[in-house]
Design a protein around this ligand. Structure first.
Ligand code: NAD
Ligand SMILES: O=C(O)C(=O)C[C@@H](O)[C@H](O)[C@H](O)COP(=O)(O)O
Ligand code: ZN
Length: 360
């Protein structure tokens, strides 16, 4: 049993397959780009778990299959790690048709996608996401990047994958903290786009945490549907796509401010959504009851709701680095109403007041 969600940007079109057993299902691999060489990019944690079945599938379709194993962790989402992929591709005689397969979470997916965008000015790549976060968000939509010490995802490209295979079975080995981090991006889709989905998440959170297959399948499929629709309408974030950044202006400041890897991306986004909702309430978009509702859900998902105490000036300078800022003005994704969001500036005094009220 599998679901298919299609991303259509107007000039590129690809399928996201969602279901159990996809990595081992030959049908899921049919029709991928032809090449002499396929390269599986993974990391030291995921490769021992899943690379073998991927290599086995690819071995029936490509003359040669090689592997690059990257160090694990957000702290390694950088230029030096991406260079390991280029070193491998050049040493193995890769050409313009070589296909890269990103096997892992969002870190592997973002680095591999960016490497694919750059190598020989662009080679095809396929996303094989193995975390909840990667299945509901990062593998879809073509945002690829590495971090810079001064800012999150600062160097990157929009570059779409040829296919996304969300094998739900891989989620069985995910540590609970990482699973919670993925729930943050699932929850995100409710306040910004679909309040019925938020109701569903609240009602099925226990089933999700227990990783019940039907609940997981629905959460991944619905998340991908919402993301595919937004990306299809605004691939390069001219406007609408920014709603997918709800909670991220605060969240990325936490990640960069504490040093990448201290808080997980999903943890920072969960807390960031609470702050962004509180800021929205101060500006009249939602009421305090909605902020309490979202805070309770984020907490129930096992995510932090109290930001680190970075100090007002540090918060503001970190958030000014955000890619949505223009001419030094920070722009937040705020809720105009439950289920509806847009990008706007907010007065610094109000932002620091919200941070202070939450202990930041
Ligand atoms: N491109 C986008 O649109 C987008 C969207 C959201 C997040 N992101 C990025 O994604 C990254 C976060 O991704 P993430 O949460 O997947 O983190 P991650 O890639 O670091 O993976 C989390 C941890 O789980 C391990 N892991 C992965 N799959 C596993 C499995 N099946 N079993 C056991 N362990 C497994 C990984 O090795 C890692 O230690 C951040 O860098 C974030 O900026 C990008
Ligand atoms: O796909 C998008 O657009 C998003 O904003 C999804 C986010 O969850 C993701 O963390 C993304 O990488 C953030 O993008 P950035 O442009 O703020 O770096
Ligand atoms: Zn995110």
């Amino acid at each position: 049993m599998r679901d298919i969600v299609t991303v259509d940007t107007g000039h590129e079109r690809y399928d996201i397959l969602v279901g159990p057993g996809l990595l081992a299902d030959p049908a899921a691999w049919a029709g991928l780009p032809k090449a002499a060489l396929a390269v599986v990019v993974s990391n030291t944690t995921v490769a021992p778990l899943y690379a073998q079945q991927v290599v086995q599938q690819l071995g029936t379709r490509y003359a040669r299959v090689t592997q690059v194993t990257l160090p694990d962790g957000e702290a390694h989402k950088d230029w030096a790690t991406m260079n390991l992929i280029f070193d491998h591709l050049l040493a193995e005689g890769a050409d313009r048709k070589t296909v890269l397969f990103a096997l892992g979470g969002g870190v592997v997916g973002d680095i591999t996608g960016f490497a694919a965008a750059c190598f020989m000015r662009g080679v095809p790549f396929v996303q094989l996401p193995t975390t909840l976060l990667a299945q509901v968000d990062s593998s879809v939509g073509g945002k690829t990047a590495v971090n810079h010490p001064l800012g999150k995802n600062m160097i990157g490209a929009f570059y779409q994958p040829r296919r996304v295979l969300c094998d739900l079975d891989t989620l069985a080995t995910l540590p609970p903290r990482e699973f919670s981090a993925g729930l943050a991006e699932v929850i995100k889709y409710g306040p910004i786009a679909d309040m019925a989905f938020l109701d569903w998440i609240e009602a099925h959170l226990d089933a999700l945490v227990a990783r019940e297959p039907a609940a997981l399948a629905h959460a991944v499929r619905r998340s991908c549907e919402i993301k595919a629709q937004v990306v299809g309408a605004d691939e390069k974030e001219a406007g609408l796509r920014a709603i997918l950044n709800f909670g991220h202006t605060f969240g990325h400041a936490i990640e960069a401010g504490l040093g990448f890897g201290e808080w997980l991306h999903g943890e920072a986004v969960g807390c960031g959504m609470v702050l962004a909702a509180a800021l929205s309430a101060r500006l009249g978009g939602v009421d305090e009851a909605f902020v309490r509702r979202l805070t309770a859900l984020v907490r129930r998902a096992g995510l932090p709701v109290q930001p680190p105490a970075l100090g007002a000036e540090r918060w503001l300078s970190l958030m000014r680095m955000d890619k949505k800022s223009e001419a030094g003005e920070i722009r937040f994704v705020l809720l105009d109403a439950p289920g509806k969001a847009s990008m706007r500036p907010a007065p610094d005094a109000l932002v620091t007041d919200v941070l202070r009220a939450h202990g930041g």
